[in-house]
Design a protein around this ligand. Structure first.
Ligand SMILES: [Zn+2]
Length: 190
């Protein structure tokens, strides 16, 4: 049985002109048979919250064997060194390659039974989501769905490299998911 735990709930802050002043991603732990997988590792600012979650769940960051990065923006990758034993996956396409990461080129890539990476570009070229078949169908969407409003109002991410692709990716996520874990924010029901 696959289990999900949100390690920290990320957020975005904007000033009154709409400029981003803070960005910290949500981070999620997926426990599948014999596997501990983290999707997005968030930022050092969020590490105390992540660490507390690990303690409550009863596993250690060292137990994490796999890290999936939805993309390579700094607000999603800041704690990578906290997972020394993890194999890191990122989809091809980004300019900023993560050193040592396994680069996925396929549209869909199975990490383990019930957990697959799906290319959902538009926010950036390498953007991917993680589709999870657990008690419900979950999607860790990264910034394909940065905030709940993007999916609920069918709005492309404010920051995007291709608006049309971004809207297609949102649609793909909507068709699959019962629950979405956005790039920044708490899980919500579709
Ligand atoms: Zn982000």
């Amino acid at each position: 049985m696959i289990q999900l735990d949100v390690l920290c709930i990320g957020f975005l802050e904007r000033d009154f002109e709409g400029e981003l002043t803070a960005a910290h991603s949500t981070s999620t732990l997926i426990r599948a048979e014999g596997r501990n997988i983290v999707v997005d590792v968030s930022t050092p600012y969020m590490w105390p919250a992540v660490k507390t979650s690990f303690r409550q769940i009863g596993i250690f960051p060292e137990d994490v064997d796999t890290v999936i990065l939805t993309h390579t923006h700094s607000d999603h990758v800041g704690n990578l060194k906290r997972y020394p034993k993890a194999k890191v996956y990122v989809h091809k396409g980004g300019k900023s390659e993560i050193s040592g990461a396994t680069v996925v080129e396929d549209d869909e890539f199975q990490i383990c039974p019930g957990v697959r990476m799906v290319h959902t570009p538009g926010h950036c070229t390498e953007e991917s989501s993680v589709f999870i078949e657990a008690d419900r169908r979950y999607v860790c969407a990264g910034d394909a769905v940065p905030l709940e409003g993007n999916l609920k109002e069918n709005k492309a991410p404010a920051l995007n490299t291709d608006r049309r692709l971004a809207l297609e990716s949102i649609e793909r996520i909507r068709r699959y998911a019962d629950v979405v874990i956005p790039g920044h924010g708490a899980p919500f029901i579709v």
